[in-house]
Design a protein. Structure first.
Length: 251
């Protein structure tokens, strides 16, 4: 089912105001006299950096992505509290989705919002790695079952939307420059490739221009679902055990 224009419009308008403002990792010990007085936020940051309070954010992609994802989720949740007719709640760390939206301002129903972060490759035209859209062998493959770590079955959502945070890695303490947030429906940016050779993940296209334009490798949403639900994903023992239990509970 296509995403409600109200959901897409609200997320795109809201995310246009997002700024990544995590400057560094703070350490308690410093090299300066107390009390420390600052005239504004920039002055405070400069004094803390000069006083030895700052350590760089992690450079490792997964760790830095986690910092960015938490910041974006917090921003969406805070924005929802200020918006009339919108409710939001945070998902579990390894579940789906990262945020669930609902409320009359969004046209009713529940809307799954997942946050993805990727670094620009050299040249700035592609993501360094392929963004993961869904885990293909669990909640996506069996949309009528409520899997652990989810609020409800995948198929119960009125829409599925991804927030993509695309950044350039720097040697500064904050590590992140030129952050761009793109809001798209997952099927519109999907590829026919997995995002991992070892995990059962559905991958996005890597061209940033195509991500921005919603120009994936499928012409229709139905084509995307048919292709990926027929894909021969592996089902390991742990996943099979959960699947067996969920099917048994259904009777």
């Amino acid at each position: 089912m296509p995403a409600s224009p109200a959901v897409l419009d609200w997320l795109r308008t809201t995310c246009a105001e997002y700024k990544f403002d995590i400057a560094a990792i703070y350490r308690r010990e410093g090299r300066h006299a107390w009390p420390l007085r600052a005239s504004d936020a920039d002055d405070l940051a400069a004094q803390l950096a000069a006083g030895g309070h700052f350590l760089p954010l992690p450079k490792e992609p997964a760790a830095l992505a986690n910092v960015l994802e938490v910041s974006l989720v917090d921003f969406i949740l805070e924005s929802a509290t200020r918006a009339a007719g919108i409710e939001a709640r945070r998902g579990t760390e390894r579940g789906y989705p990262d945020v669930e939206l609902s409320g009359p301002a969004l046209g009713g129903g529940y809307h799954a919002v997942d946050v993805k972060v990727a670094r620009r490759a050299a040249g700035g035209r592609r993501t360094q790695s392929r963004i993961t859209l869904y885990t293909g062998n669990t909640y996506f493959r069996y949309p009528k079952l409520r899997w652990p770590g989810t609020f409800r079955p995948f198929g119960d959502y009125a829409s599925h939307i991804d927030l993509l945070g695309i950044y350039t890695l720097t040697d500064t303490t904050e590590r992140v420059a030129d952050l761009e947030v793109i809001v798209q429906e997952p099927w519109t940016i999907a590829s026919r490739q997995r995002s991992s050779t070892t995990r059962e993940y559905i991958g996005a296209v890597q061209s940033i221009a195509d991500l921005r334009a919603g120009r994936g490798e499928f012409d229709a949403e139905s084509e995307f679902y048919v292709f990926w639900r027929r894909f021969p994903f592996r089902v390991g023992r742990a996943v099979q055990q959960v699947l067996d239990r969920l099917l048994a509970e259904q009777g």
